[in-house]
Ligand binder design. Structure first.
Ligand code: ZN
Length: 146
């Protein structure tokens, strides 16, 4: 599967293929250094801590605490956000929340938070992290409150 199917449009890398294939099957892979054990998301082909080139894929935990979030006012087209509530608004679409969840130690995963108003999102609350295939075939990561 070409890595272009991942909604973040990261170009092909030596870790891209297996990572994208895992996402397509609903799994989120992190890389784990075979020497020092540190995990990274998105996966990295080398360990920046100990410079080892031997890394393995591990399935990342899928539940964690929301560290931060923000709103994207011009979301990608595939996000299919609802249109602005006010006619003639200069804001084309309703802002889309995006957050970062700490799933294990310093392993952090960013994803969309669809269906939640910004005022209802609380830093520190628990979120599930899920790989999703969108209607257009692109892959993305969705955060859902527990
Ligand atoms: Zn290492």
């Amino acid at each position: 599967m070409p890595f272009k199917d991942f909604s973040l449009f990261i170009s092909d890398t030596k870790i891209g293929g297996p990572f994208a294939e895992a996402l397509k099957s609903g799994k989120i892979f992190a890389s784990k250094c075979d020497r020092c054990g540190r995990m990274f998301f998105p996966p990295r082909p080398e360990c920046p801590d100990c410079l080892a080139e031997d890394v393995s894929y591990v399935e990342a935990p899928t539940r964690g605490e929301l560290l931060s979030f923000t709103a994207v006012f011009v979301p990608p087209a595939h996000y299919a956000a609802p249109p602005a509530k006010m006619p003639f608004s200069k804001v084309a679409q309703t802002p889309c929340p995006v957050g970062v969840v700490a799933v294990a130690g310093d392993l952090r995963i960013m994803g969309w938070i669809p269906g939640m108003a910004l005022k209802d999102i609380k830093v520190g609350s628990l979120f599930d992290v899920e790989a999703k295939t969108l209607k257009n075939g692109q892959l993305t990561i969705i955060l859902s409150p527990v």
